[in-house]
Design a binder for this molecule. Structure first.
Ligand code: GGG
Length: 338
């Protein structure tokens, strides 16, 4: 079956890690006789500088008309690109795994998933200047809280069956209070799950002190954004962190990290985050299209990455000495060896 993939390289290191990931996908296409029709679209700071708009209509249409989308990091225009795409396409679940693979410079051996509500909270962009100050609206609804709880429950059922609800309802009584109550109510429908609640400040401490207590964390948009960077660092580094933005019918996959302008163009950016985002895309497409072969491709991608890492195929952010292109070459050669 042919799959149309909308591909947004993005800014900074985005084009470099995109090239590496596309080379890897080409190798996978040969090995597994996949039929991916990949179309490239512009978005981000460089797009805004060239065309006056960070998220052009053609890109929106390209994503809408695709079977799945992959996006590299964008710079200062994140709110105009990814936050807008999430809202426009109702990509309400942001799934962010953090896993310490062998031979990574991880702080603790962890394996957890952060499930971040992706459409509400302070990220709705309702900010106003008032009397020399500024205010932002924090939007939390029962509907969005319940549907993110359901995603967390389903992920936990396929794992260690534990969900931690992270909030700050002792201070933000109305917004976090509604989130906690709604999620609690939804999770009560899953008696096989063990459920607990942790305030976000304590959760950020526990992610460093005893992260093994977490299996699936479900939380609000801003807390999820922050905690997922922290979890990625505990697992070995942001350069490994992949994510999925999932809605009812559409999904977009992207590295968790930003565009890293300080290392852009130096050829040392870590492409694993983009490649593992493609792994998440194959998992999602496999479920959605009932295409079991794609689930095998997803597992294969992880195996290849694990093998490469154990052979020391790492960029400098992971204490390795490989360039982006060298990592891509090694991964491609492993595709045909395994
Ligand atoms: N610190 C990681 C980073 O810069 N991520 C990109 C970003 O801010 N994305 C917006 C989001 O995930 O909401």
């Amino acid at each position: 079956m042919m799959y149309r993939i909308a591909w947004i390289p993005g800014d900074g290191i985005g084009p470099e890690i995109s090239d590496a990931a596309i080379k890897f996908l080409e190798a996978l296409q040969k090995r597994f006789s996949l039929n991916l029709d990949i179309s490239s679209y512009q978005a981000g700071d460089s797009c805004k500088a060239r065309f006056g708009v960070a998220l052009p209509k053609e890109t929106i249409e390209g994503v809408k008309n695709s079977d799945a989308a992959v996006k590299g990091p964008v710079g200062e225009s994140a709110a105009d690109v990814i936050v807008r795409l999430r809202q426009m396409l109702d990509l309400y679940a942001n799934v962010r795994p953090a896993k310490s693979y062998a031979n990574l410079p991880y702080l603790k051996d962890i394996d957890l998933v952060i499930v971040r509500e992706n459409t509400e909270d302070l990220y709705v962009g309702k900010e106003f200047e008032v009397n020399g100050g500024a205010v932002a609206l924090r939007v939390i609804t029962e509907k969005a809280s319940k549907r993110i709880a359901k995603v967390a429950a389903e992920i936990a059922l396929s794992r260690r069956k534990k969900v931690t609800i992270v909030h700050k309802a002792n201070v933000m009584r109305k917004t976090c209070g509604l989130f906690a109550k709604s999620v609690r109510g939804e999770l009560a429908k899953y008696p096989e799950l063990s459920v607990n609640e942790v305030y976000v400040d304590a959760a950020s401490m526990m992610l460093i002190r005893n992260p093994e207590v977490f299996d699936v964390i479900v939380t609000t948009n801003l807390f999820g954004d922050i905690l997922s960077d922290e979890a990625a660092q505990v697992a070995g580094g942001l350069g490994m962190a992949a994510s999925a933005n999932i809605g009812t019918s559409k999904a977009l996959f992207e590295p968790v990290h930003g565009s890293a302008p300080d290392i852009a163009g130096k050829g040392i950016a870590n492409p694993y985050s983009m490649i593992l985002s493609c792994k998440m895309m194959f998992e999602w497409l496999s479920n959605k299209q009932n295409d079991k072969d794609l689930s095998k491709v997803a597992s294969f991608i992880e195996q290849v990455c694990v093998k490469a890492l154990s052979n020391g195929v790492k960029t400098p952010d992971l204490a390795g000495g490989f360039t982006t292109d060298q990592v891509a070459e090694k991964l491609c050669s492993l595709v045909f060896m395994k």
